[in-house]
Design a protein around this ligand. Structure first.
Ligand SMILES: Nc1ncnc2c1ncn2[C@@H]1O[C@H](COP(=O)(O)OP(=O)(O)OP(=O)(O)O)[C@@H](O)[C@H]1O
Ligand SMILES: [Mg+2]
Length: 378
């Protein structure tokens, strides 16, 4: 899509202009907070919503004015709207019936899809006699039999309970890979986005913040919004100051503490050279505190949470928190902020104690306080 735009009739500009390319066979996830325009984009691609500007190209053909039927797209919604009085088999076969497909061919296709989705045993049941996960798979089956050029899914797992959601998301991923169908998948859940997508496009207020592989989004967020949206626990971000910078090292102050950054870590943050004497936002993921590291910060432990796989240590640092908000960047007016560190679960840490957290400076992030843009290599 090139400069794809949506202005609703009431004048609201839901999508000011989106450029996004999806490769053949790719699983692209569109993620962002509620109301950011994910469904609007998907519905424009499906042909269910008028496009008010820009071009939508499928295989290099402009399809803006094409009806949904001609686009050769299948869509699975949050509410999968199965026909309650039809059997699972008939639900799956429905689109083929409409196209007056040959009976034997239809039966073979239904059997094949049912096998693929592990629905063979329930083919004669009605949707009311299925579990949520099975119903969801029937909806998938209905879309798959059409052999579409493009698969669109809008929060297809949101009606499932947490456990089933995790299981089904893995099933959808596997299925997509096996079928190789180009897929656009919408979710507001960043974990779902990260685990399923070949690439993830992060939207805020209809604007693309970054589109990259899950690893790149996590390791190299281009702005504060992406940095804080992706990852759980959310990245610790506090206001700091660039005390000094030269060709060998950069020194940052976070409240009363100083952090020296040298070597490769300095090179990664070389752009900070232009910020000497100025305030910036410093981002540190919880797992960059408490593993290996060349720097450290001292804290007092407020709370310890044992997750089994990690020990989450909550503490306080004497620097204000910074967070991305709808209109830009907000610096807390409190002088202190909470910092979460993820430690080896075998460590003994007691609440109220003093603790030195090792800091992996290679995994530090810096952001401009005005624009929220990441400050990286020069
Ligand atoms: N028909 C409409 N007329 C005017 N504004 C609309 C219309 N439909 C949606 N919007 C607005 O457009 C924005 C994007 O809506 P959209 O449904 O695409 O969001 P979303 O990202 O899918 O959100 P959610 O995660 O809650 O499903 C919202 O601010 C919404 O209020
Ligand atoms: Mg939506």
């Amino acid at each position: 899509m090139v400069n794809l735009q949506k202005k609703y009739q009431n004048g609201f500009e839901a999508v000011p202009g989106l450029d996004l390319h999806i490769d053949d066979g790719e699983f692209l996830v569109l993620v962002g907070p509620s109301g950011c325009g994910k469904s609007t984009v998907l519905r424009m691609v499906a042909g269910l919503e008028d496009i008010t500007g820009g071009d939508l190209l499928i295989d290099d053909v402009r399809v803006n004015e094409m009806g949904p039927q001609q686009r050769d797209i299948a869509m699975v919604f949050q509410s999968y709207a199965l026909y309650p009085n039809m059997t699972v088999g008939d639900n799956i076969a429905f689109a083929m019936k409409l196209r007056k497909t040959d009976k034997t061919e239809m039966a073979a296709k239904v059997a094949e899809v049912a096998e693929l989705l592990e629905l063979t045993a329930v083919l004669d049941r009605k949707p009311g006699q299925l579990s949520g996960g099975q119903r969801q798979r029937v909806a998938m089956g209905r879309a798959i039999v059409r052999n579409p050029k493009l698969f669109l899914m809008d929060e297809p797992l949101s009606n499932l309970d947490a456990k089933l959601r995790v299981q089904t998301r893995a099933e959808i991923s596997k299925l997509q890979r096996r079928l190789g169908v180009t897929t656009m998948y919408v979710t507001h859940d960043q974990v779902e986005a990260m685990t399923m997508g070949d690439r993830v496009a992060v939207l805020r207020r209809g604007v693309l913040m970054q589109c990259a592989s899950p690893a790149e989004l996590y390791e190299s967020p281009q702005n504060l919004f992406v940095a804080q949206f992706i990852g759980s626990p959310s990245m610790n971000v506090v206001r700091g100051n660039v005390s000094s910078a030269d060709d060998h090292s950069i020194t940052l102050s976070l409240g009363s503490q100083h952090v020296r950054i040298d070597g490769e870590a300095r090179a990664r943050l070389a752009g900070l050279g232009e910020y000497v004497g100025r305030e910036i936002a410093i981002g540190i993921r919880s797992e960059a505190l408490g593993g290996d590291g060349t720097a450290s910060i001292d804290v007092v432990v407020d709370l310890v949470e044992m997750l089994g796989s990690a020990l989450l240590v909550h503490s306080t640092i004497d620097a204000p928190a910074v967070r991305s908000i709808d209109t830009g960047v907000e610096i807390s007016d409190k002088a202190e902020s909470a910092v979460v560190a993820s430690l080896d679960p075998r460590r003994q840490v007691s609440e109220g104690s003093r603790l030195t957290l090792t800091l992996d400076t290679l995994r530090m992030h810096a952001f401009d306080l005005e624009t929220g843009d990441a400050i990286g290599r020069r």
